[in-house]
Design a protein around this ligand. Sequence first.
Ligand code: GDP
Ligand code: MN
Length: 405
Amino acid sequence: MAFPKPIRLLAAACMALFLFLLLQMMRNPSPFTAPGSKAKDEFASFVRDPNLDETLEPPEPLRRVSGHNYDADNVHSDRINATLLSLVRNKELKELVQSMQDLERTWNHKFNYPWTFINDEPFTEEFKKVTQLQTKAWCRYEVIPKEHWEIPSWINKDLMHESANYLEDQDVQYAHMESYHQMCRWNSGFFYKHPALADYQYYWRVEPNVHFFCDVDYDVFRYMQDHNKTYGFTVTLYDSPPSITTLWPETMKFVAANKHLLAHNNAMGFLTDRERRPEHNFQANGYSTCHFWSNFEIGDMNFWRSPAYEAYFEHLDRAGGFFYERWGDAPVHTIALGLFEDSSKIHWFKDIGYQHIPFFNCPNSPKCKGCITGRLTDGEAWLNREDCRPNWFKYVGNEWESKLS
Ligand code: GDP
Ligand code: MN
């Protein structure tokens, strides 16, 4: 029996509507399921947003990795703009591997910050291969532009050699080693100008043959950024006064002409202390010689790139003391930070167990292995007197103690 035509048409329309609704439900879960599910779906489509994924892609060079064991999964981490940084010579490969293994084991395998290796001559293929094998992170190998490394034209070579004889008589280490003077000048005024670092803000300086003893489970660069820190140190020491006889007087000349550059909460008291080591202050013409030991530094390069520091470095460079004396980058950095930066922006990384022979920073913590708590040195007894952290605590304070009280 045939249904009348209008009924057949109605049945076909109902079937079509039913099929349409079924299809819709399969594509989109019902609005009658659990509350909030729509929001969840929106979130799911948000995290899958192809545009968002694109913004998390590493910059182009990060994808062109020279080594073969780069961990592609880690390119999506939320690392901040920072690099591990080593000025190093090809012949120091073994010593550098020691430092890399310690730092990778205690910290960087959790964060995979890239390594930047810098040299005044090209790195060998062996150096590149062996260092890249120590890390999943990206390694870069850079040469210093000649004009950043060469002894500047205004330095009188005869005077430089005469001065080195004089410094040697005063037991100044490396007096005759020109490359050492060049290295100190480069670390003072040029490393942060290297084109390969142009896009980075923070760095962690790592030397060959240093040791790291403690598991550090947080991102120290993020700590620097979140707490508005400019510079972090582990060890502070007195310097050899004859290596910096005129550094403080030159600094005072600069400050007299640029008083506006002094930070409000500066560390002048720390820099000029003469109670603990009066003879050092006297020989260094007003500077305590206490300095952040710069073979370890975690810093914000914006400070070194500031007009204030640039003017200060330029003044020192023209004065010639990197070559006629043996000004180190450690006292230069320390004085600049102490004068031109708010001292609350300088942080003691007490929790990073560290050794550069012959001194340690060895915290009392179950996270640390391989060093003796509280011990400053495994060298001769007199070295124990070289620690000047009490000066920092006296004039600036000890953040760790105020946290406990
Ligand atoms: P010390 O710690 O003061 O005894 O000096 P180092 O010999 O450890 O040198 C300090 C840093 O500069 C280390 O990272 C060295 O590898 C590096 N360095 C020193 N001189 C040179 C040099 O002539 N060329 C290169 N590429 N690196 C150097
Ligand atoms: Mn060293």
